[in-house]
Design a protein around this ligand. Structure first.
Ligand SMILES: Nc1nc2c(c(=O)[nH]1)N[C@H]1C(S)=C(S)[C@@H](COP(=O)(O)OP(=O)(O)OC[C@H]3O[C@@H](n4cnc5c(=O)[nH]c(N)nc54)[C@H](O)[C@@H]3O)O[C@H]1N2
Ligand SMILES: Nc1nc2c(c(=O)[nH]1)N[C@H]1C(S)=C(S)[C@@H](COP(=O)(O)OP(=O)(O)OC[C@H]3O[C@@H](n4cnc5c(=O)[nH]c(N)nc54)[C@H](O)[C@@H]3O)O[C@H]1N2
Ligand SMILES: [Mo]
Length: 927
């Protein structure tokens, strides 16, 4: 291994000393290990890019060889004598730098005065060049067509790193090289301006470029000058967007984030996507809440903010006054009507410590379990099925394990847009020859990489999956040994599947029986297979059944518990895994200990040194809002959630928020939800506070404050503590590390994981077996946390979607996400780059449907369901079936959830966001 831990293989001499190269190491690697820095340009310090030996910046002398050798490429052989610092080698390296420097802009005009290239030249003693610039073919110079990145090819040294960044690492295949030799230069697609190419703006090329030929716009001035070293400090943290949990280096200048680079976290290994790299600036937006706000007495509770002046219904208040008002209102309801009159929504965008404090506040302060968060709208059904049949709700293997798989299913998930860095690993897997099976009613970017793309009927997952499994039974492709050893209820499942032949299911799911058979064989005969899924599986009234089928499929093929196998629901929010683990769930205390278990309740009352709390499972997100309508719930504390946009049937949800006697909202912006608040508390954003978060891989990671919060905004945990004290709780925390230490007392999952270790190591996966174990990437190799260690087969029947199309509402509405926007848009619509890339509310329809409607692409359509009406711009998209319309839910002016169906899955209590009957017409002309 190149990290020096593999077996010793070769002994040779370097600069007169005897040294040992481990298997796979190059001369460059050994030199680095020996503390000699040899220059490099063609690889990223060997961490994310393999060397390709073409830049000749690292030449060394080998005794007995006429020419010099590229040390990054050459493997040592036994007894070889290498000189790294001979005059000849040094001269040759300096010459390479001098030739390259001849072509660069002058120092004063450097696009990146702090570039790796300039450092390398300087280290070689080269600051000027004696050579004239090389004659080049006409190379297009400045390309400023992209909002996030600038291309200045006069600084290009043809190292090819950007091409490899785009093709090998991110597998986007946008950048290529045009021209030859020294005249070569990178082009986007077929020589399009970058901004008009198919580039998805992951910025990997910018991160890889050693010269500043590719630079983030944010780090350059008008004259195309920049200096990546001109920063005050660099802070390592975790991206605040999705559950992948990419580690980032935040480069801070004058109290603001100037640039974000990916660093070597266990999930992302240096990679980022457009949101992580370019979407950070929402934290500096002028709309940030900077002072506590109190509603004006006569202000109506309605969603009627004037975007130009959103604060008209509120007045600024001091923290003292606002906290008194916030806690006083909740305490009065508690006194008058009992604790059950107050409920809470916590946040999966905040830290583990903040989630833990929030659920503790509701349970300890109000005595019940009516506390929930967005997991209810997300993977609640997946978790229900996993808890029931596997005994644990978390993933059984990290997504990075796909490296060791030879088949993988991605179903009801669109990772290229929603987990883009995970998608890079999936694409690399397919490129290496892995069988990638994508199942989604809508086309998507992974289609191009898939061995099979099954574009089946929405809502028909159980039919399709049962058909696949019936083939596996019929053809005897199941793993009897695994089934006997690790499972129960197989006979029932086997019999059940007899009724689901591919021929019988073909008309229901729309996939030819022959294809179903091929896919079944492809997956079942794999040595190691993984299953990834997302909202297309979970957000249905039969979401739990869908997930049960995926579990059945993994179990019957023996694909759990080994490297390259596993069940992986791709978790959504940056900290939805951690918030769930911390007990932000109405039926579970921290670590999924049931609230109905007296011993578990006692454990926490003991840790909290307080009286007990209710033994009844609490109400879920949608049930709490129903409780408001029913008059049972009169006050709420909502922290870092935007239910006025994210709940199904938001007209109903907004009416509930308006009906509350007392609503406390804690957010970083005046959201649609905050519009209904009595008191608004301004919180620090993620990059402004310390705390841990847990990603989809079960990796607990350290987030670190990089900048100060604006104005009087405070970290969420501090605000919750201040409220708790005013509610009569004896809380004394001065730092999140104390909260973490308390969490460890009640959570076995945090065994061997300490704050100190996280500060040093950045990330630890749970379960973690010892003080030195980085954590277990794959679990359940020796059985499941269920009776007798056995997972259970759970036969699932076909349940149709709740609201089928009919004459009045003849089409199907499906909702979801886009790459550039985050959920309800509160953050991403306030990011300059992301908002510029996707500025307008839109829906997607098949071209033939648009033609029938008589609407041009870009024209307006009207979408009507039984809940409401939305007018929105229509795009043409062949990925959408002719009888469907896809609508993202990020846009308040065309809010998807005005339309969605609130019908719930009976087990996970998740609404059917992915299916509603809709009527689509051309919008009436606007006057
Ligand atoms: N850019 C961006 N990234 C995000 C988010 C975001 O808002 N924006 N949100 C994060 C969160 S919290 C989450 S939960 C994840 C969600 O990530 P995903 O699960 O990928 O989310 P969606 O786009 O809602 O839906 C996924 C897919 O389900 C398909 N689908 C629809 N109906 C069905 C069906 O009946 N069966 C099947 N099999 N598939 C169907 C859709 O066509 C879509 O491609 O993304 C996370 N990442
Ligand atoms: N139609 C439709 N609806 C859906 C879905 C769908 O696919 N279709 N998906 C569902 C899913 S999977 C999910 S997860 C939910 C998401 O639903 P929500 O969680 O309600 O959506 P977000 O927009 O992520 O809301 C997070 C809020 O936290 C705030 N915030 C960000 N950082 C901080 C911080 O550090 N502190 C505080 N206090 N606040 C902060 C943001 O400004 C924002 O208001 O939406 C659900 N709704
Ligand atoms: Mo989610």
């Amino acid at each position: 291994m190149a990290d020096g831990t593999g077996p010793a293989t070769t002994t040779f001499r370097m600069d007169g000393e005897t040294v040992t190269a481990f298997e796979g190491e190059t001369i460059w690697d050994v030199a680095k290990r020996e503390g000699k820095t040899l220059p490099y340009l063609c690889h990223g310090d060997r961490t994310s890019y393999r060397p390709d030996g073409n830049c000749r910046a690292c030449m060394v002398e080998i005794e007995g060889e006429r020419g010099l050798a590229a040390s990054c490429w050459r493997r040592p052989s036994e007894g070889m004598k290498v000189t790294t610092d001979s005059a000849r080698a040094r001269k040759s390296r300096a010459l390479v730098m001098e030739l390259l420097l001849a072509d660069q802009p002058d120092d004063d005009d450097a696009h990146d005065a702090g570039s790796h290239f300039r450092d390398t030249a300087e280290a070689a003693g080269v600051t000027t060049s004696r050579f004239p610039p090389l004659e080049r073919e006409a190379v297009p110079l400045l390309d400023d067509s992209h909002v996030a990145m600038r291309v200045n090819l006069d600084a290009c040294i043809q190292c090819g790193l950007c091409v490899r960044a785009c093709r090998e690492v991110q597998v986007n295949d946008v950048i290529g090289m045009a021209g030859r030799g020294h005249g070569a230069y990178p082009v986007f697609d077929f020589d399009d301006p970058m901004g008009e190419s198919t580039c998805v703006a992951c910025g990997e090329c910018v991160q890889a470029c050693p010269t500043g030929a590719l630079m983030p716009t944010s780090a350059m001035d008008e004259a195309q000058r920049g200096n990546s070293k001109d920063v005050d400090r660099e802070v390592a943290s975790v991206c605040p967007f999705c559950g992948v949990g990419c580690q980032v280096a935040l480069k801070i200048k004058d109290g603001r984030v100037k640039q974000v680079d990916g660093i070597d976290g266990p999930a992302n290994e240096g990679r980022l996507c457009v949101k992580g790299r370019f979407g950070y600036d929402y934290i500096h937006h002028p709309h940030r809440l900077t002072r506590p706000l109190i509603r004006l007495d006569d202000a109506p509770k309605a969603l009627d903010v004037d975007p130009a002046n959103p604060f008209t219904h509120f007045r600024a208040a001091s923290w003292e006054e606002a906290l008194d008002a916030a806690a006083g209102g909740l305490a009065r309801l508690r006194e008058a009507h009992g604790g059950e009159a107050v409920a809470g929504f916590g946040s999966a965008k905040c830290t583990n410590e903040e989630a833990y404090l929030f659920q503790k506040l509701i349970r300890q302060g109000f005595g019940h379990n009516n506390v929930d968060h967005c997991t209810r709208l997300c993977h609640a059904s997946s978790v229900a099925a996993l808890m029931e049949n596997v005994g644990s709700g978390a993933v059984t293997a990290t997504f990075n394990e796909i490296e060791h798989a030879d088949a993988a299913i991605v179903i009801g998930a669109n990772p290229a847009e929603n987990h883009p860095v995970a998608a890079t690993y999936f694409k690399q897997f397919a490129k290496r020859g892995g069988r990638l099976i994508v199942m989604d009613p809508r086309g998507q970017a992974l289609k191009r990489h898939a061995t099979h793309m099954l574009q089946f009927r929405p809502g028909a997952d159980v039919a399709l999956l049962n058909a696949i499994m019936s083939v596996i039974v019929e053809e005897g492709l199941y793993d009897q040994g695994y089934i006997d050893r690790f499972t129960e209820n197989w006979d029932a499942e086997k019999q059940h599947l007899a009724g689901f032949s591919p021929e019988a299911m073909e008309p229901l799911c729309g996939i030819p029986a022959g294809t179903i058979r091929e896919v079944a064989r492809d997956f079942a005969t794999a040595r190691a297979g993984m299953i990834f899924w997302g909202m297309g599986i979970s957000q249905h009234v039969h979401g739990t059944d869908n997930s049960r089928c995926l579990i059945n499929l993994a179990l019957m093929t023996g694909n759990v518990g080994r490297s390259g196998t596993g069940l992986h629901p791709l978790r959504g929010q940056n900290n939805v895994q951690g918030a769930s683990d911390a007990g932000l769930i109405p039926m579970f205390l921290p670590d999924y200990q049931s609230v109905t278990d007296a011993a578990a309740r006692q454990r926490f009352s003991g840790i909290w040194e307080s009286a007990g709390f209710s033994d009844a499972a609490g109400l879920t997100v949608t049930e709490i809002l129903d409780g408001v309508h029913a008059g049972r719930i009169r006050g709420m504390y909502i922290l870092g959630e935007n239910p006025a946009m994210s709940d199904p049937d938001v007209t109903h949800a907004r009416a509930a928020l308006a009906k509350l006697d007392h609503l406390v909202v804690q957010d970083i912006f005046l959201t649609e939800t905050a519009n209904f608040a009595d008191v608004i508390l301004p919180a620090a954003a993620f990059y402004e506070k310390d705390g841990t978060v847990t990603n989809t891989n079960r990796q607990v990671q350290m987030g670190r404050a990089a900048v100060s919060p604006p104005g009087d905004a405070r970290p969420d945990w501090k605000i919750t503590v201040a409220l708790a004290r005013r509610l009569g709780l004896d809380w004394a925390y001065d730092h999140p590390s104390q909260v973490f230490a308390e969490m460890k007392q009640g959570m076995r999952s945090l065994d061997n994981i300490t704050w100190d270790r996280l500060e040093k190591e950045g990330a630890i996966t749970y379960p973690c077996l010892s003080e030195t174990d980085p954590g277990q990437a794959v679990v359940f190799g020796d059985g499941f946390p269920r009776p007798e260690g056995r997972a259970r087969f759970a036969p699932a029947d076909i349940v149709p979607p709740d609201e089928l199309p009919d004459d009045d509402y003849p089409m199907i509405l499906t909702t979801g996400r886009q790459l550039e926007h985050w959920h309800t848009g509160s953050m991403t619509r306030r990011s300059k780059v992301l908002d510029a890339m996707e500025p307008q509310a839109n829906c997607s329809l098949h071209p033939s449907t648009l033609r029938k409607l008589g609407v041009e692409p870009g024209g307006m359509v009207r979408l009507e369901t039984r809940r409401g009406t939305v007018d929105v711009m229509a795009r043409t998209d062949r990925a959408v079936a002719p009888d469907m319309v896809f609508l993202p839910f990020a846009y308040v002016e065309a809010a998807a959830n005005i339309l969605t169906n609130p019908a719930l899955d009976p087990f996970g209590k998740i609404p059917e966001f992915k299916f509603a009957a809709v009527r689509v017409t051309a919008s009436p002309e606007v006057a």
